[in-house]
Write a protein of this length. Structure first.
Length: 505
C-alpha cells in the first residue's frame, strides 16, 4: 500500500498579506536526489543545503544520507515562493516522511523559520502578518523563531510557540518538552527622539500650523530661506503627535515586519520617515521584483517628511497624489496586484527658489524670474492642492536667538492638546478618524458654520478655489474650531484656515 506524503503548513508573504502554503514531503525508491518544487526562488533552492547541515549538526539523519529520491512540494504551485521561512517546515516534513519523529496532528499548526547550519532558528520577516492570518483561518499553533515570538504574540487568538532550534521543535512535537505559549510583552523602550518646541525661537505662526496639523493629520508645506528652521520644526512635529492606538499599532507593525524591519513587538509611537531626496520612486511608494512597502507605507499612521521637496524626482512626487487622497497605494504587476496602506501626514519643506532667498526681507534673491518659476514648477499644482497648510517661514532676528532659554518643555503640553482634539473627533465620527479623512458628504453634513462664516465663504469666489481646496479649507477650519473648543465653525476659524491656503506663485 503506497505511503501518503507528509504534509505540514507554512506561509508566504505576498506584499503585506499572507498565503498559507502546504509543504509536502515524499520519499521514493531510487538514486539519491533532493528536489524542491513549487515555483521557488534561489533561497528555496539553497534550502536543501541549510536543511542538510542543520539536521546533521542536530544529531539527526539528514537528506543527503538517504539513498532515495526526496521530493518537497510547496503548494499551490502557481504562487511564487520567496524567502527562507520554509526551512523549518521542510525539515520537519522530511523527518515525518522518513519516520524519524512521531507523527502528530499538523492540520492546526503553522511552521516558519530559517535554519542556521547548526540547527538554530533565525528570525523571519512578517511574523505578525503570519500570526494574524493563522488566527483568521483558525489555526491553533504557530511555531517560529524566538526572536519573532513577542511580535506574533500580539495576536491573541493563536498560541505562539517560540523556538531556539529545530531539536527543540522536535521535542515539543513528540511530547518530550512542554508546549508553552509565549506571552505578549508590551515594549516600553520606544522613545520619541524629537526637538522640543521650546527650543525653536520665534516662528509662532509655524508652530500654530503644526499643532493644527497634528490635531487632525493635515498635510503641511513649510517654505522659507535656508537655515530658518524648517527641518527643525518638522522634526519637532514628531514630538507632539499622539501614540498609536492598539488597532493602528498592529497595522503599522505588520508593514514594518513585512519590510524586514524587526520590531520585536508592537510599535507604539507613530513612525517618522524622512527619505533623502535622491530616493527612487520604488523606494518611496513601494514595489520592486518582490513588491515590498515603500517609505509612504512605512509612514502609515505617522509622518512622512520630505525635505527639499523640489529636489525629489518628479515621477516620485506625482506618485504621492493618489495615496494622499485614498490612504493606500496600488501596485500592479503582470500576475498580481498589491495594495499597501499609506495613510500618512505629509510634512514637506522647500526653499522658495534655487538660491533660497526669493521673498526674503534681509537678503536679495540672485535668481531671475524664469529661474524662480522653473524651480517652483518642480512641484506640481495638483500636489500642492492636496496640502492643507502652506506656511511661509521667515528669518528670526539675532536678538531673539540670543534670548534666555525656555526652562519648560512645551511638547507635552502641545501633545496633550492634540490628544484632546483627536478625542473630540473620535466622538464625532464614533471611530478612530480625523477631520482630514472626512469625505465631501461628511464635510457638508457634519460641519456646522455660523452666519458670519457663511458670509465669509461668499467672499471667497474671487480666490478661485478648486472643489478640493474648498473642502480642505472647511476641514482645517473644523480642526481649528475643535482646538478652540467651539461648537461651530465661525468666521475666525475660516479666516485662519484660509490664510494657510495662500501661497506665493
Amino acid at each position: 500500500m503506497p505511503k501518503n506524503p507528509a504534509r505540514l503548513y507554512s506561509a508566504e508573504l505576498v506584499g503585506i498579506d499572507v498565503k498559507i502554503i502546504e509543504v509536502e514531503a515524499d520519499i521514493n525508491v531510487g538514486l539519491h536526489d533532493f528536489t524542491i518544487v513549487g515555483l521557488g526562488d534561489r533561497s528555496l533552492t539553497e534550502a536543501k543545503e541549510r536543511v542538510n547541515s542543520a539536521l546533521k549538526n542536530s544529531g539527526i539523519k539528514p537528506p543527503n544520507r538517504e539513498n532515495r529520491r526526496i521530493t518537497i512540494n510547496l503548494a499551490p504551485a502557481d504562487i511564487r515562493k520567496t524567502g527562507s521561512q520554509y526551512d523549518l517546515a521542510i525539515a520537519l516534513a522530511y523527518l515525518i516522511a522518513t519516520d524519524q519523529i512521531k507523527k502528530f496532528v499538523a492540520q492546526k499548526m503553522i511552521f516558519v523559520g530559517e535554519l542556521a547550519l547548526d540547527g538554530r532558528l533565525r528570525p523571519i520577516a512578517g511574523a505578525l502578518n503570519v500570526a494574524q492570518k493563522a488566527a483568521e483561518l483558525e489555526f491553533e499553533y504557530l511555531f517560529l523563531p524566538k526572536e519573532n515570538a513577542n511580535e506574533a504574540a500580539a495576536i491573541p487568538d493563536i498560541n505562539v510557540i517560540a523556538l531556539d532550534n529545530v531539536r527543540e521543535a522536535i521535542e515539543i512535537l513528540e511530547g518530550r518538552a512542554p508546549q508553552t505559549d509565549h506571552p505578549f510583552t508590551e515594549r516600553h523602550d520606544q522613545k520619541i527622539i524629537a526637538p522640543d518646541f521650546s527650543e525653536i525661537r520665534g516662528q509662532e505662526n509655524a508652530k500654530r500650523a503644526l499643532v493644527i496639523a497634528a490635531s487632525a493629520a493635515h498635510n503641511v508645506l513649510l517654505t522659507g530661506p535656508p537655515g530658518v528652521g524648517k527641518s527643525f520644526l518638522a522634526r519637532a512635529f514628531a514630538g507632539i503627535i499622539p501614540r498609536l492606538t492598539n488597532h493602528e499599532a498592529i497595522e503599522v507593525t505588520k508593514i514594518w515586519s513585512a519590510a524586514g524591519l524587526q520590531p520585536n513587538g508592537l510599535l507604539v509611537e507613530r513612525p517618522f520617515r524622512a527619505p533623502h531626496h535622491t530616493a527612487s520612486m520604488t523606494a518611496l511608494v513601494g514595489g520592486g521584483p518582490d513588491p515590498r512597502p515603500g517609505e509612504i507605507s512605512l509612514a502609515h499612521h505617522g509622518v512622512l517628511f520630505l525635505d527639499e521637496l523640489p529636489e525629489f524626482q518628479r515621477a516620485a512626487l506625482e506618485a504621492l497624489r493618489q495615496p494622499m487622497e485614498s490612504g493606500e497605494i496600488h501596485i500592479a504587476r503582470a500576475k498580481n496586484r498589491f495594495v499597501f496602506p499609506a495613510k500618512f501626514t505629509l510634512i514637506a519643506a522647500m526653499n522658495p527658489c534655487l538660491c533660497g532667498y526669493y521673498g526674503d526681507s534681509e537678503r536679495e534673491c540672485s535668481c531671475t524670474a524664469f529661474e524662480v518659476m522653473r524651480y517652483q514648477k518642480k512641484v506640481s499644482g495638483p500636489l500642492l492642492d492636496r496640502i492643507d497648510l502652506h506656511v511661509r517661514i521667515g528669518r528670526v532676528a539675532i536678538r531673539d536667538l540670543r534670548g534666555a532659554d525656555g526652562c519648560e518643555s512645551v511638547n507635552e503640553k502641545f501633545r496633550s492638546c492634540v490628544q484632546k482634539t483627536r478625542e473630540t473627533q473620535r466622538q464625532r465620527f464614533r471611530a478612530d478618524k480625523t477631520n482630514a479623512e472626512m469625505t465631501s458628504r461628511e464635510t457638508r453634513t457634519m460641519i456646522v458654520i455660523t452666519s458670519g462664516a457663511e458670509r465669509f465663504l461668499e467672499t471667497l469666489d474671487k480666490a478661485r478655489l478648486s472643489p478640493r481646496s474648498y473642502f480642505r479649507l472647511l476641514k482645517v477650519a473644523q480642526t481649528i474650531a475643535d482646538l478652540e473648543e467651539k461648537e461651530k465653525v465661525d468666521e475666525e476659524c475660516l479666516a485662519e484656515a484660509f490664510s494657510y491656503r495662500l501661497r506665493e506663485e
